[in-house]
Design a protein around this ligand. Structure first.
Ligand code: ADP
Length: 280
């Protein structure tokens, strides 16, 4: 089965995260065992992103969401590491600045969407406005509850303009999150990643589950599907996401643009120069 069908949230379905195994690793016994497949998809990603950049007709938006320590940074490193920085960009969304907060909630996200030929990755996204905002009552319920429809319209509009949208929820369980918090404490090179909010948000695990399930259920559409990626194993998360991005881009049937010059004429000029003659 292809990974798009396997991990996509079917539009209109009701997500229950407690039924999804965060440690799933398909038929792979270990990271070592999966390495050749991981490498195949990395190479495919590189080739397809090059083609998208050359074709300059459409764009790809990848949104990453997950709980603290779910692996958004590691995913970006893996997926973007496979691509040419020319034509790729990352946008990270934190607590809105004064300027951002003075606009409608989608303003800051719309400005960061990819241009034709580009890939953009959102590290957190417009979904924060129905996640952290909902959990902490940062706006009244009648405001956040309208946002699911606003988000669906926004994504439809992007899709209608040639943007392909893939949204990944990095699914880890509570034990894995705690293990990653410990790794961060034990490794001085990771201390910078620790934030107070990791510890203030964890007791709200169930409230976040409800908010994630609502976003995943209400906003998985044919033009902007959500994927729930088992992410307790970092290597499986990387494999699954690279494979889904590759499967999506391969299906677009992209083509290199026709040359703007007559290649036979250019070849003739090249040979003239090679022989020391001036090109005619
Ligand atoms: P990260 O965890 O992404 O590496 P930070 O530790 O700086 O980076 O966390 C960013 C914080 O910004 C998160 O707690 C997130 O919930 C918060 N945030 C993002 N978007 C919004 C928003 N629209 N409203 C309020 N808080 C937000």
């Amino acid at each position: 089965m292809d990974y798009i069908s396997r991990f996509r949230v079917e539009p209109g379905s009701q997500v229950d995260l407690s039924k999804i195994d965060a440690s799933f690793k398909d038929q792979h016994e270990s990271h070592q065992h999966a390495l050749p497949e991981i490498e195949t998809y990395r190479q495919q990603l590189a080739d397809l992103q090059y083609l998208m950049y050359a074709e300059n007709k459409r764009s790809l938006l990848i949104c990453l969401q997950g709980r603290d320590a779910a692996g958004k940074d590691g995913t970006i490193k893996h997926v973007l590491g496979a691509m040419n920085p020319q034509g790729c960009k990352v946008a990270a969304f934190k607590v809105p600045t004064r300027e951002e907060a003075a606009h409608d909630f989608l303003w800051r996200y719309h400005r960061a969407t990819p241009a034709k030929g580009e890939v953009a990755i959102f590290n957190r996204s417009h979904y924060e406005d129905v996640l952290v905002v909902r959990v902490h009552n940062l706006v009244p319920q009648d405001v956040w509850s309208q946002r699911y429809a606003h988000i669906n319209h926004f994504e439809q509009q992007l899709a209608d303009s040639g943007t392909h949208i893939l949204k990944f929820y990095l699914h880890i369980d509570a034990d894995e999150q705690l293990a990653r918090f410990k790794q961060r404490i034990d490794d001085p090179a990771r201390h910078w990643k620790i934030s107070d909010s990791d510890y203030s948000e964890r007791p709200l695990w169930d409230e976040y589950t409800t908010a994630f399930e609502a976003a995943l259920s209400q906003c998985s559409t044919p033009h902007a599907p959500w994927f729930i990626i088992p992410s307790n194993h970092k290597w499986f998360r990387n494999l699954a996401i690279s494979r889904i991005v590759s499967e999506t881009l391969s299906a677009l049937d992209m083509k290199f643009p026709a040359p703007t010059v007559n290649i036979n004429e250019i070849r003739k000029k090249y040979h003239q120069i090679e022989k020391g003659e001036s090109p005619s």
